[in-house]
Design a protein around this ligand. Structure first.
Ligand SMILES: CC(C)(COP(=O)(O)OP(=O)(O)OC[C@H]1O[C@@H](n2cnc3c(N)ncnc32)[C@H](O)[C@@H]1OP(=O)(O)O)[C@@H](O)C(=O)NCCC(=O)NCCS
Length: 290
């Protein structure tokens, strides 16, 4: 293999641009906005092979602070994985995976990733195991409503600043499996959840949720101190609501009852290393997917 290996090059604008273009080609995802707004830092670290000046295979290791069973730890998520078509099946990405994991293994507790179906054999080859996640389904009790949830607009600087402040000051959404990564939360707010961000001033919190028919999906609640869901719900309630699904573990929400259901849109979750929740039902917080 006669290709140049490069890592940790995000301070080099030319190489970074190549990486951004590569991700657009392979995954149709353009990180330029996230980058321009200053949310890409060294915790999102590429490992890549170049053929001459051309990036031909790459992955990113996203280091993140997690709370797992009440304990704070550093973990790593692998994302942005791809090899240019004509360079595939030459062992390039498995070599990058080896190098990235070797770099991280001393101070990261475990590795995880979310994958498309087609890449499952590749991750299996690299030693990852497939796990299933479960969402939390709660039947809503009718409640009165309280005005005061403001829909935020990411085009407005004051709203974006508010989101970022809440993201920086948050506590993890769960003590069982929670995450603190303000930059990644901003990624979700900019790219996928921009229409679903609400601020409740009374609790100084963000709730990211959508309503389809009589069903709510709550992706995240970003709070310095988490109120119970009974306290939050009146701010977003509608009389037709029947059920709510949480895309994170609900241990802080004070729910009296709920069901755990296999996630419909499978995230293709894979793990490597010791994962303390493996023998029970769990879900990674939705907004930790990179
Ligand atoms: C998945 C991908 C990154 C693999 O990259 P690669 O550089 O070709 O991977 P490697 O050559 O290191 O593959 C190592 C092993 O993984 C397995 N593997 C890789 N691609 C595979 C495929 N398409 N089908 C079945 N097994 C595969 C094989 O066991 C392979 O070893 P072998 O070639 O000796 O049989 C590449 O196919 C790709 O970019 N796909 C499109 C983007 C994508 O799916 N990214 C991941 C999304 S989460």
């Amino acid at each position: 293999m006669d290709y140049a290996f490069r890592s940790d090059y995000i301070d080099d604008p030319k190489l970074k641009r190549q990486f951004i273009d590569f991700l657009i080609d392979i995954h149709g995802l353009d990180l330029s906005l996230w980058d321009r707004l200053g949310f890409w830092d060294r915790k999102y670290r590429p490992f890549s092979f170049f053929d001459g000046d051309t990036l031909i295979a790459s992955l990113c290791l996203f280091t993140m602070d997690m709370t797992v069973l009440g304990k704070k730890c550093k973990v790593a998520q692998i994302s942005g994985v791809g090899t240019v078509d004509k360079y595939r099946r030459q062992g390039l990405n498995s070599e990058l995976t080896k190098r990235a994991m070797k770099w991280a293994q001393t101070d990261h507790e475990f590795f995880f990733l979310f994958s498309d179906l087609e890449a499952f054999p590749f991750y299996k080859h690299s030693g990852f195991r497939r796990v299933k996640e479960h969402m939390i389904l709660h039947t809503l009790t009718p409640t009165g409503t309280i005005a005061g949830a403001v829909k935020l607009d990411i085009e407005r600087k004051d709203h974006l600043d508010l989101i970022y402040r809440c993201a920086l000051e948050r506590e993890p959404v769960s003590d069982l499996l929670g995450i603190n990564n303000a930059q990644l939360l901003l990624f979700w707010c900019l790219y996928f959840l921009q229409d679903y961000i609400y601020y409740i001033e009374a609790y100084d919190l963000l709730i990211l949720y959508k309503r389809e028919d009589n069903h709510l999906t709550v992706f995240d609640i970003v709070a310095g101190k988490m109120p119970s869901f009974t306290e939050i719900y009146p701010y977003i309630a509608s009389p037709q609501d029947k059920t709510v699904e949480f895309r994170f573990m609900p241990d802080k929400l004070g729910l009296d009852r709920y069901e755990e259901r296999p996630l419909k849109e499978d995230n293709g979750t894979h793990l490597f290393g010791d994962f303390p929740l493996e023998n029970r039902s769990f879900i990674f917080p939705h907004t930790c997917i990179a």
